[in-house]
Design a protein around this ligand. Structure first.
Ligand SMILES: Cc1cc2nc3c(=O)[nH]c(=O)nc-3n(C[C@H](O)[C@H](O)[C@H](O)COP(=O)(O)OP(=O)(O)OC[C@H]3O[C@@H](n4cnc5c(N)ncnc54)[C@H](O)[C@@H]3O)c2cc1C
Ligand code: SF4
Length: 328
């Protein structure tokens, strides 16, 4: 590991100043992703800004029925918070399907939002990688790409976004709260992540000197049911091959509204507005679910080893829809 210094900051402004003052500085939350990458020389910060003493550890209910979650809330604390389990069970399920209990106890909300891809070529500095070194090439495209994305890819990068939490947050229409030298701003999660295009090294709209301070979740109507389903190679401690976060409002056998996000298949947490349109006003039956799944994967582009993901993602979504909305 390359030598580095650690600066503990006590308030947001000091954290932002420390980030602005050193282009080789990085924030550290729980360290469960960043430290692994530092050990592999994928990340080589000179200075770690330790934000663990900032007052970003609360979960607060909004007057309008929504919720504000601090960036330093640990993944376990968020998953087990009674309010989250009652109001946003899809988020609790997604969090608990990720990593292991020990990692969830350390991992923060901000760190989970900013975790990097698990593409094995990205993790191994003996390979080129456009995400690590722009313009160096993408060995995954003609290499072993079983775990890679089928939606949102480019000829520069096909890496999958790894987070479970972010898939649920995408279906929940979360907003990311950030603070930087120019003040505070709010970014809808559906805009926060960028497609790889020609610049896979630029993954989000967060600027280098900005800090994530929290997440806002809108209130949810009591008629909504939700579910997160994850398919993986082993039952725990494993990233998604495919996943689906689903929210449905059904009355009288008709789907009044639907929200759908997919994981494991996209270069970013994948919201499918097209599938939602298919479901709106349709009966909650097998034909509607199949049509929505076909629509969600309509533009999927398989690589040599991951074509199986297209059918698997459809089945994952259909199962999640059946679990949430039943079948009439
Ligand atoms: C073995 C293993 C298995 C895993 N399995 C899963 C899984 O199945 N599903 C899943 O979703 N995840 C999984 N994870 C990933 C895990 O969820 C992340 O490592 C964790 O969420 C990162 O949080 P952290 O606080 O430790 O981040 P850190 O490692 O501290 O930071 C990660 C990145 O976020 C940045 N950052 C942190 N906080 C902020 C902030 N407030 N503002 C701006 N930038 C910030 C850091 O600078 C860094 O770039 C796994 C990890 C491991 C090691
Ligand atoms: S898929 Fe993306 S992260 Fe993986 S090797 Fe190619 S450019 Fe790098």
């Amino acid at each position: 590991m390359q030598p580095f210094s650690v600066t503990e900051v006590k308030d947001n402004i000091s954290g932002i100043n420390a980030l602005s003052g050193n282009s080789k500085a990085k924030i550290i939350g729980g360290g469960t992703n960043l430290v692994d990458l530092m050990k592999m020389y994928v990340e080589t910060p000179q200075e770690l800004i330790d934000i663990n003493h900032l007052k970003l550890t609360t979960i607060e209910v909004h007057l309008n029925g929504g919720m504000r979650i601090g960036a330093l809330v640990r993944n376990s604390d968020l998953a087990y918070a009674e309010l989250v389990r009652k109001q946003y069970p899809v988020l609790s399920q997604a969090l608990l399907s990720g990593a292991s209990a020990q990692i969830r106890n350390m991992a923060t909300v901000g760190g989970n939002l900013m975790q990097r891809t698990r593409c094995p070529y990205f993790f191994n500095t003996s390979f080129p990688c456009n995400k690590r070194i722009p313009g160096s090439g993408c060995p995954a495209i003609n290499g072993f790409n079983r775990s890679h994305a089928v939606l949102g890819t480019s000829d520069k990068c096909i890496a999958t976004h790894p987070s479970d939490m972010c898939v649920a947050l995408t279906a929940l229409d979360a907003t990311i709260l950030v603070q930087g030298p120019a003040g505070e701003r709010k970014i809808p999660i559906t805009d926060f992540y960028l497609l790889p295009g020609d610049t896979p090294d630029i993954e989000t709209r967060l600027q280098k000197d900005e800090l994530i301070t929290g997440i806002d979740l809108p209130g949810i109507s009591s008629g909504l049911s939700s579910h997160y389903l994850k398919v993986r190679d082993r039952a725990s401690f494993e990233f998604a091959i495919t996943s689906a976060a689903v929210l449905l409002d059904i009355s009288g056998g008709i789907i009044r509204s639907a929200r759908i996000a997919l994981g494991g298949v996209g270069t970013k947490p994948w919201r499918s507005y097209e599938a939602e349109e298919i479901l709106k006003g349709a009966p909650n039956n097998a034909q509607s679910y199949q049509a929505a799944a076909d629509e969600a994967l309509k533009n999927a582009k398989p690589q040599k080893y991951n074509a199986f993901k297209i059918e698997l993602a459809k089945r994952t979504l259909i199962r999640a829809l059946e679990t949430t909305g039943g079948k009439s």
